[in-house]
Structure formats: C-alpha cells, structure tokens
Design a protein around this ligand. Structure first.
Ligand code: FAD
Ligand code: FES
Length: 318
C-alpha cells in the first residue's frame, strides 16, 4: 500500500466549528463547518463520495414551531448513533492559527438528527469522524463525464463536478427529483439553455433538470432524461464515464443505461450506518463475484459507498 493510499484511508475524530447553516429550500439546508488544523492532512485530499459521521447527540432540538408536524413525535427519540453525510464541497484555507478545512454539507430534514442540525448556528461545535469510505474513482482518460443525481444524492456530485471541471473534462449533469421543490438547488432561468441549477452553473457545468411531475425541466425520471440526451447527441462511449448518486432504484436504472451503452459507471450506494467504520456490519451491499450466480457482501461504509455498477446486486432492481 503506497503512502498516499494509507493517507486516503486514514481517519480521525475532530471538533468542527459551524460557520453557517442556511436554509435553501423548505426541507434543505447548507451547513458549512470548519475543522481544526489537525484535520488538514486527512481532508485536503478528500475524494468526492467520501463522507463523515456527525455526532449530533448533544445538539439541541429547534423551537417546537420549527419542527415539521410530521416529525414532532419521532424527534423525541434519544439519539445514540452518529449519522453519515457526504460533502458538496471541501476546501483548505488559511485560518487565524494556520490552515483549516472547510466542509460544506447539504442536508435534507428527515428525522431526529437532521431536525437537530437545523438548530446549529455560527460558533457551535460538533464532533466529526472522517473522512470515511472510498469515493469515486475518477477516470482521467474520459472526455465526457456524465453525473446523474437523484434527490439528496446531489451533494457529492456537486463536489465531483468541481473536481472534474479542474481536470478540464466535459461534465454534463442530470439532476432529478420528484418535483421542483424537492431539488436541493437554486433554480434560475438561463439565457440560452432554459432552466439552470445555480450551483452547477457557477462551476461552468451544463445541467439538465428532470422532475417526475414535470414541474421543472424534463417530465419523467432523471435516467430517462439522460437516455434521451444520449440517443439525440453524438458522443464516444469509449471516452465517456457515468457517475451516479441517489435512491437505489435510480442507481439500478443508471447501471442499466451504462450497460446498454457500454460505458463504465460508478454508483454511490446508501445504507443505514451505525458505526461508519466497518465494525457493526449493518451496511451490507450484495456484490457479484467472479463466479457466475455467486454473490458476497461488502460493507458500504468501508468498501463503498462507491461501487462499480456492474458489481452491485441492486435490491430494488426491476
Ligand atoms: C454515505 C452516505 C452519505 C450521505 N450523505 C447525505 C448528504 O449529503 N445529505 C443528506 O441529507 N443525507 C445524506 N445521507 C443520509 C443521511 O445520513 C440520513 O438522512 C440521516 O442519517 C437521517 O438521520 P435522521 O436522524 O434525521 O433520520 P432517521 O430517523 O435516521 O431517518 C429518517 C428516515 O430516512 C431513512 N434513512 C436514513 N438514513 C438512510 C440511509 N442511509 N439510507 C436509506 N434510508 C435512510 C430512514 O429509514 C428513515 O425512514 C447520507 C447517507 C450515507 C449512507
Ligand atoms: S456502518 Fe458499521 S460496518 Fe458499516
């Protein structure tokens, strides 16, 4: 194992200070935290798709009126476990006492931890375990990188888009959600291309929107939108790669699309994670082996969350 491999697998527990926590849509927030200087060597080479486990057990609940009605009962549950979150951006900058790491996390309010996250404000401290997992393996020989994002699968692909853009490959994003309000981004009217997602547009990356109900962009699944583009445009399968993150059923469709067009595809999988570091075995993913019909289980937190789409047995396939 090379020293850079060792560093990419190294992890630590760090205190982070909240810089901002901004609501971007009804259920979506953008949290920016700064990690102490000790974290710099581990986080400066973080790969898109890696994640952290946040300890929110000491974070207070927001005021009653700020808790969605549907979650008023569940948020009373005592929190014991950390929760996994990937990054939409990672940067190293200069702090008052030396270099610091800034992590941007986009999150969706779903339950007791994410409700608590909404109460975080500037100066608050949270404990971070990471960086964890493997991240996307960027294929440098590809001229076109297609990113397929579904719902809250979008944050690591925003990070991925900024990394790919620096490598000067052409990047095309397909971002989908049930409806316009479920897209965790800012929608704007572009000059030439119609609707654009501000966050990708600022990176200079083309983006196509798909919504199941047709409230913005293409009406239908995001994978159908990508399929339409692939069938209507000229592109070279040998020079193209697909990277996808989102609900498992969408990842299964992205895998089928990639297989049909003979394009390599990596998928970032999600599982409930109790430890995030390979100890509890709660995050198994069924994985094909070299033997036909035989499968084995891999740990999403340690051997993933990113897998080659050809190797995954998707649980909601078909
Ligand atoms: C590698 C990884 C990266 C992630 N990155 C992000 C991110 O960038 N932004 C973000 O908002 N969320 C992300 N998540 C999901 C996030 O961890 C959960 O939404 C969070 O744990 C919910 O915690 P909670 O206590 O608020 O709700 P909980 O009560 O724990 O969960 C609320 C509901 O969401 C479901 N759920 C929770 N976690 C998962 C999961 N991992 N897979 C499938 N269903 C789940 C539960 O079954 C439940 O129905 C990520 C998950 C993983 C595994
Ligand atoms: S979350 Fe514990 S082994 Fe993966």
């Amino acid at each position: 194992m090379s020293s850079s491999d060792k560093l990419s697998q190294a992890k630590g527990m760090f205190w982070a200070t909240v810089l901002s926590n901004q609501q971007i849509r009804t259920c979506y927030y953008r949290l920016i935290i700064e990690l102490e200087a000790d974290a710099v060597p581990l986080f400066q080479s973080v790969i898109p798709g890696q994640f952290v486990m946040l300890d929110l057990t000491q974070t207070a609940l927001p005021a009653q009126e700020k808790i969605p009605d549907s979650l008023k009962d569940t948020v009373k549950r005592q929190l014991i476990l950390r929760r996994p979150f990937s990054f939409s951006d990672v940067s190293v900058g200069q702090g008052e006492n030396g270099p610091v790491v800034k992590l941007e996390i986009m999150y969706c309010v779903l339950g007791p931890s994410t409700v608590r996250m909404t109460s975080l404000s500037k100066g608050d401290k949270i404990n971070v375990l990471g960086p964890l997992g493997n991240g996307f393996n960027i294929l440098p020989d590809k001229e076109l990188s297609i990113l397929i994002a579904g719902g809250m699968g979008a944050p690591p692909l925003l990070h991925m888009a900024s990394v790919l853009k620096k490598l000067s490959t052409k990047v095309l994003v397909f971002a989908g959600a049930r409806s316009c309000d479920d897209l965790p981004f800012t929608i704007r009217i572009g000059n030439i291309t119609g609707l654009v997602l501000e966050e990708f547009w600022q990176l200079g990356v083309d983006c196509q929107i798909a919504t199941d109900d047709g409230s913005a962009g293409f009406k239908g699944y995001v994978t159908a939108c990508a399929e339409k583009w692939l069938s209507q445009n000229t592109w070279n399968p040998e020079k193209t790669a697909i990277y996808a993150c989102g609900p498992e059923v969408m990842l299964a469709e992205a895998a089928k699309l990639a297989f049909k067009h003979n394009v390599p595809c990596q998928v970032s999988m999600e599982r409930m994670m109790a430890c995030g570091i390979g100890l509890c075995q709660s995050c198994a993913i069924e994985h094909k082996t070299a033997q036909p019909q035989q499968t084995e289980y891999k740990l999403c937190c340690k051997e993933g969350p990113v897998f080659d789409a050809r190797d995954v047995v998707f649980s909601k396939e078909g």
